[in-house]
Design a binder for this molecule. Structure first.
Ligand code: URP
Ligand code: ZN
Ligand code: ZN
Length: 479
């Protein structure tokens, strides 16, 4: 067991900041001390195995990205990050835990899908990992299987109101799953878009020759997200089931969540960096022409889609994060290369695999919100680490810098700088970056996961297999 002392930094939590030294013994934090503390008169720096100098830097709990899709089969291909490449990129960016989505494909047993996910991840992760369970076919068998999820350390599951014929659940199925979830204490995560109506709109656009990536966002209109969010909230209300709406991008969906919360309902919302910074307008490309012949806009095809800046959706997301109408920022990391993957939809936006890769950049991108004054430093920590831990049953072990917690720690340099892009900071297995050219203030300097230094001095010291499976408890947001 080795000891590590992080000295001279400002420890930031979700509730405050103070100058403190952090002492780690083995995998755990054992003390948060007055700066320069001694042990029985002996200088601590002389009695530990390693000292990390964090002078002038922030010391924050390791990031928790609660929405990733490594190796997800989707749109006739598979998300391009393996658990190894994706969690390595996560570590580079200061994320020390991910929660990925195990998939039950329609027609397959939940247990089979879950075991397949364990097979993909086991021994391959550079950081700790847990699973949510996608229920891709709600029937008597899968409802029964939900009863054992908690024993497997899975306290949340995802349903889709989108993607008919793939993961889609109709209202009757959602109702039944929520009734079961309420009985078991599981948290329902919802992809809230009206899939059947979107498919009609997409077909009509296609038939009119509107086939470029831009029309993906037109078909997936905000009304489709607002309507589905409202419906999910009503079903959750009826069944007294807590609800977590994933990847919120429409301001009207935030309004629905806020209204439910104002009525005292256990409804939570997550947004993602792409919905804070990127917009539908960018997908039009340089010419601003919807019929833009170029295919570049495919880089930003994801669902829910990027939305119009002119309509104010991005501002509404920031506001929701400030007012706690939205509680979390995850990435929905679902990377696809342009070559051979996004290209499947050249000439038909409906065939572009949906997803953006950001697992490496979430902390940096969200830190820009601190720089521009959109959120406080403490809120940055809360959104990216403390609330994800609490929402998904990891709080105490993860999400805090406190004695007894796992030593998942990031030393963040506010005076540093990060250039995002392929060939720069990019470690994700993608041939492009949705964030190409972003020059951001701040830099992830040192990353510690359960006491092991994974990143320091611009080098990666981690390994596939360091990451352990996280058996999660019930959400700690509810009594
Ligand atoms: O575009 C996205 N979000 N792809 C991943 C699948 C999902 O719906 O989360
Ligand atoms: Zn989704
Ligand atoms: Zn997703």
């Amino acid at each position: 067991m080795s000891t590590l002392l992080i000295t001279g930094g400002t420890v930031v939590s979700s509730t405050g900041r103070s100058r403190a030294d952090v002492l780690v013994d083995g995998e755990r934090i054992v003390a948060v001390l007055e700066p320069g503390s001694t042990l029985l008169g002996t200088d601590l720096t002389a009695s530990v195995d390693r000292v990390v100098d964090a002078t002038g830097k922030y010391v924050i709990p390791g990031g928790i990205d609660a929405h990733t899709h490594m190796q997800l089969p989707f749109g006739g291909t598979e998300a391009s990050d393996t658990f190894e490449s994706g969690t390595t990129a996560a570590a580079w960016g200061g994320t020390t835990s991910i929660i990925d989505f195990a998939v039950q494909k329609t027609g397959e047993a939940v247990e089979t899908g879950l075991e397949a996910w364990h097979e993909k991840a086991r021994g391959n992760c550079a950081v700790d990992y847990g699973f949510h369970q996608i229920i891709g076919g709600v029937d008597e068998q899968s409802l029964k299987a939900m009863e054992t999820l908690l024993d497997e350390g899975i306290s949340s599951y995802k349903l889709f109101m989108a993607y008919p014929g793939v993961f889609y659940s109709d209202d009757a199925q959602i109702l039944k799953a929520m009734q079961k979830a309420a009985e078991l204490g599981l948290l329902t995560m919802m992809h809230a878009e009206n899939g059947p109506a979107i498919d009609v709109l997409a077909q009509q656009l296609h038939d009119q020759g509107k086939t470029t990536p831009y029309f993906h966002g037109i078909a997936r209109a905000w009304q489709m997200e607002e309507e589905a969010t409202h419906r999910a909230i009503m079903l959750a209300d009826l069944t007294e089931s807590p609800l977590y709406v994933v990847h919120v991008s429409a301001k009207q969906a935030v309004d629905q969540i806020a209204a439910a919360r104002d009525r005292g309902r256990n409804v939570f919302g997550e947004t993602c960096p792409q919905y804070l910074y990127l917009s539908l307008e960018e997908q039009l490309g340089a010419t601003g022409d919807p019929a833009w012949g170029e295919f570049e806009g495919a880089k930003w095809v994801c669902s829910t889609p990027l939305r119009s800046r002119a309509e104010g959706h991005q501002d509404a997301m920031w506001q929701g994060l400030r007012t706690n109408d939205l509680q979390m920022v995850s990435t929905d990391h679902c990377p696809f290369c342009m070559k051979d993957q996004k290209e499947l939809g050249r000439g038909d936006f409906r065939a572009i695999p949906n997803g953006i890769g950001s697992v490496e950049h979430r902390l940096d991108l969200m830190y820009q919100g601190v720089v521009t004054g959109e959120i406080t430093l403490e809120r940055w920590v809360e959104l990216t680490s403390t609330t994800p831990a609490r929402m998904f049953g990891l709080h105490g072990t993860k999400g805090v810098i406190a004695p007894g917690a796992d030593a998942d720690i990031v030393v963040y340099d506010p005076a540093g700088h990060t250039s995002i892009g392929v060939g720069k900071t990019h470690h994700m297995n993608m041939d492009h970056s949705a964030w190409e050219g972003y020059e951001v203030d701040g830099h992830v300097d040192v990353v510690v996961s359960r006491g092991s230094v994974l990143v320091s001095d611009g080098e990666f010291h981690g390994r596939a297999g360091h990451g352990r499976y996280l058996k999660r408890g019930l959400t700690q947001y509810l009594v």
